[in-house]
Design a binder for this molecule. Structure first.
Ligand SMILES: Cc1ncc(COP(=O)(O)O)c(C=O)c1O
Length: 419
């Protein structure tokens, strides 16, 4: 494939702005259950408040952009425990705090472009995608190359479809594992393959691992785990967050780790412009990273909700339990496109979800791979989850009945219009 010159890229607003517009004239038909936003609702670890209160006197200080030494130490030790990174990443080399991964993923594009100074630079990204990637690509003045990641490929992109000329112009790839929305998980061989391509063609991997701790059975392997086998973190940057792992989306605490050269240069730029992480928040983050009990409980709660999904969705919407993350990515195309079903689900059943097309960009041929899908975040209680999924089934059963009742019995599913 070639790079996409799609002029609307990154300019349609966030999925949530668009959802607000889509549902503006529609009232919920029943008591509302909101499954649209991937904002964790499980409880904040109970030790966080005490630490923020104990360290509150430090809010008068500007935080160092490179973080407290003890914060970097904790990150390096957590990475070593989780991925066996050894001395690939140490407190002095290869770690920076982020004010949540979103800003880091955004600013990373600017640095990749600046460092590699290639003509007509390209950034690769699987489609669907997280909106901050698109914002970073636009701000960095790079050309996006959207890579399809269809269900037929288990939601993995096929890098062999990329032109060599595009790869040579590439300065970075955004790649999330587990992915949002599909929950697909890269294995070590796939990471190793991507690392080899990045080094051959001289571009950075922005491995978005913010869902790494939300998994069903097996911990997803990480990009640094694969890099360790090569003895170097060259071209590999991993982005981690406490937002999902520890239900601390409001703490704005994450980190980036990897390629020490990239980070040593980037920190100069970040020191002028990027948001720092407040010192009390860094102390809270240290405690969160040192505690796994709350993360185990968090996974248990999500897995309880996937058990409900297994029961209610089996044989419907091409549902398969995703390996990671906390979303359902459901193919509703038998009943209508994702926008139409989102509207009907809100109007008839009071369940708010996101149309898949709002989480994806148009491909160069004008198609949008998210069109057949809706995304549901499993952030509510098990009871609400059960109710919402039963309501979805009730709606699609009715729609199937309406379609069958039409003359000929094979009428077209409904369409929500343009996305
Ligand atoms: C794929 C992905 N990456 C990054 C983020 C950003 O998370 P945060 O900035 O809270 O670390 C999110 C948040 O929803 C996400 O879904």
């Amino acid at each position: 494939m070639t790079a996409s010159g799609n002029r609307s890229f990154g300019s349609k607003g966030t999925a949530f702005q668009r959802l607000h517009q889509l549902l503006a004239d529609t009232t919920p038909g029943r008591d509302a259950i909101n499954m649209s936003i991937g904002e964790p609702q499980h409880s904040v670890p109970d030790f966080i408040a005490g630490i923020l209160s104990d360290k509150a006197n430090l809010f008068n200080k500007y935080p160092p952009i490179s973080g407290l030494p003890e914060y970097r130490e904790t990150v390096a030790s957590w990475l070593n425990k989780r991925y066996g990174t050894g001395d690939l990443i140490t407190a002095d080399k290869g770690v920076l705090p982020l004010s949540g991964t979103r800003e880091g993923l955004f600013f990373g594009a600017l640095e990749a472009r600046r460092r590699l100074s290639k003509d007509n630079p390209v950034i690769l990204l699987p489609n669907p995608l997280y909106a901050a990637y698109a914002a970073g690509i636009v701000a960095a003045g790079c050309e996006p190359a959207l890579i399809d990641a269809p269900a037929s490929q288990n939601f993995f992109p096929d890098f062999d479809t990329l032109d060599k000329a595009v790869l040579d112009r590439t300065v970075a790839i955004y790649f999330a594992s587990p992915s949002n929305p599909q929950g697909a998980v890269f294995d070590l061989v796939q990471w190793a393959d991507l690392i080899e391509r990045a080094r051959t063609h001289n571009f950075y991997i922005f491995a978005d691992e913010c869902y790494s701790e939300i998994y069903r059975n097996t911990p997803p392997p990480g990009a640094l785990e694969a890099a360790r086998e090569t003895g170097s973190a060259d071209k590999v940057l991993v982005f981690h967050s406490l937002s999902k792992r520890s239900n601390l989306a409001g703490l704005r605490s994450g980190f980036v780790a990897g390629d020490p050269d990239f980070l040593a240069n980037w920190v100069q730029f970040r020191n002028m412009a990027a948001p720092q992480v407040p010192i009390p928040a860094q102390y809270a983050a240290i405690a969160a990273l040192e505690d796994e009990a709350h993360v185990i409980e968090n996974r248990r709660l999500y897995n309880q909700k996937y058990a409900i999904a297994d029961r209610l969705l089996a044989g419907r919407y091409a549902y398969q339990r995703p390996e990671g993350g906390f979303f359902l990515w459901l193919d509703v195309s038998a009943f209508g496109d994702g926008e139409a079903i989102t509207k009907a689900l809100w109007h008839e059943e009071g369940v708010k979800v996101v149309p898949g097309a709002f989480l994806s960009e148009d491909m160069p041929d004008g198609s949008n791979p998210g069109t057949p899908y809706i995304r549901l975040a499993l952030v509510n209680t098990p009871e609400e989850t059960e109710t919402a999924l039963a309501r979805l089934n009730a709606l699609t059963d009715r729609l199937a009945g309406r379609l069958a009742d039409r003359p000929g019995g094979s009428a077209q599913p409904v369409s929500g219009g343009n996305s």
